[in-house]
Design a protein around this ligand. Structure first.
Ligand code: THG
Length: 367
């Protein structure tokens, strides 16, 4: 056995003490922070997300703030999605690519004012990237990490809980739209969002000293709906088809390969990073695609720390990037990134750490 050594390089989320008090049993490192991943009953947590309401510490979704005269311009330089129609109060899911068109982060962009944006990031250092780009291009923009930390309420009952706390206006929020407000004097932004397809909201806490207070307000308000602690659910997100950049992608993956084409606009200005490469990739033809796989076997067999080779007729055609036990399908399912020529329905062999296993390539989402 080993234990985790706390240190100053790992920043606790404002909800960390609540997560511990709720009985957190598993965690991961994400954005150099601790992300709770379980409270000891993974299957119960899954069904609560599907049927009820689940409360998540997702403070690891760190914010990068762009503020100033060139903030909108910098946002468009960073994101290969047309942001010209984005309204104040609106959020958009965007891909950040490098100069080769490799996707390295997929934030939600929030437009708070014409000259003020947050990038609510996945796992990589966007603040340093944005700061370097802004300096190299001589832009008039201030980049910082504001004191803002999301907490998620996910599941079909989440709307009732959030409406109970904030009022029925939240029911009218469109997907990724948000509003800044206060909850018992605690400053927050409330957005319809969250990393599941079961519906819900994220409450962006704007004062990190009040995490426990905010956690407990929703914990109390949610009692009639049997709220409980949970975390982004791997089985649910795979069944639902959400992409995990960094998990499902490697250092050569472009957005087209992982089903994100509809978030890419190739007619953004030429100074958007990666767009030139993406135009070329699109013209030459995309070489790999992401498909689902249903593996044979009736015992959970998760992926370990390595992606596994996918074989067809003795030839390596790609890799298995994740694998979870689907409680609804009663099978191991996952995503593969394979040669574009390999079609749906193909039977393949996966070189699993426990030996070769057959699987069938299927469409995503699974459910
Ligand atoms: N919430 C917040 N920040 C985040 C995440 C989040 N930052 C990191 C990570 N998650 C970003 N990645 C995603 C990926 C997918 C979605 C949201 C964030 C998502 N996608 C829907 C889909 O693919 O069906 C809808 C996208 C759309 O149609 O616009 O929700 O969860 N604050």
């Amino acid at each position: 056995m080993f234990s985790f050594q706390p240190n100053t390089r790992i920043r606790p989320s404002p909800f960390f003490e609540s997560a511990v008090a709720e009985g957190m049993t598993k965690a991961n490192v994400y954005n150099r922070m601790i992300m709770p991943t379980s409270y000891g009953d993974p299957e119960g947590e899954y069904w609560r997300l599907l049927n009820g309401v689940s409360q998540w510490d997702v403070g690891v979704e760190r914010q990068v703030q762009l503020k100033g005269r060139d903030a909108a311009r910098l946002a468009q330089i960073l994101a290969v999605r047309d942001l010209s129609t984005c309204k104040v109060g609106q959020g958009k899911y965007v891909a950040l690519c490098d100069h080769r068109g490799t996707i390295f982060n997929d934030p939600i962009l929030l437009k708070l004012a014409d000259d003020l944006f947050w990038l609510s990031i996945a796992d990589s250092d966007v603040e340093r990237w944005a700061t370097a780009i802004a300096a190299e291009r001589g832009l008039d923009v201030e980049i910082c990490e504001p004191d803002v930390s999301p907490m998620a309420l996910q599941g079909p009952k989440a709307e009732d809980v959030v409406a109970h706390v904030l009022g029925d206006w939240v029911r009218g929020l469109k997907y990724f739209w948000f509003r800044e407000t206060e909850i018992q004097g605690i400053p927050v932004a409330v957005q319809r969002s969250g990393w599941s397809k079961q519906g819900g909201f994220e409450i962006y806490l704007k004062d990190g000293s009040r995490g426990t207070e905010l956690w407990n307000i929703f914990k109390e308000a949610g009692r009639p709906w049997d709220i409980g602690p949970g975390a982004p659910s791997s089985p649910e997100r795979v069944e639902s088809g959400l992409v995990s950049v960094g998990g499902d992608t490697d250092d050569d993956t472009n957005p087209f390969e992982v089903r994100l084409e509809r978030y890419v606009d190739l007619d953004v200005p030429d100074d958007t990073i990666g767009v030139t490469a993406l135009r070329r990739i699109k013209a030459e033809g995309v070489k790999r695609h992401q498909l689902g796989i249903v593996l044979e076997g009736d015992e959970p067999a998760p992926l370990g720390m390595r992606r596994e080779d996918v074989m067809l007729d003795g030839r390596r055609i790609g890799m298995l990037t994740n694998c979870v036990w689907s409680y609804r399908m009663k099978a191991n399912i996952g995503y593969v990134l394979v040669d574009s020529a390999v079609p749906l329905g193909t039977e393949v062999l996966v070189s699993r750490n426990t030996g070769p296993r057959t699987g069938k390539l299927v469409d995503i989402p699974f459910l």
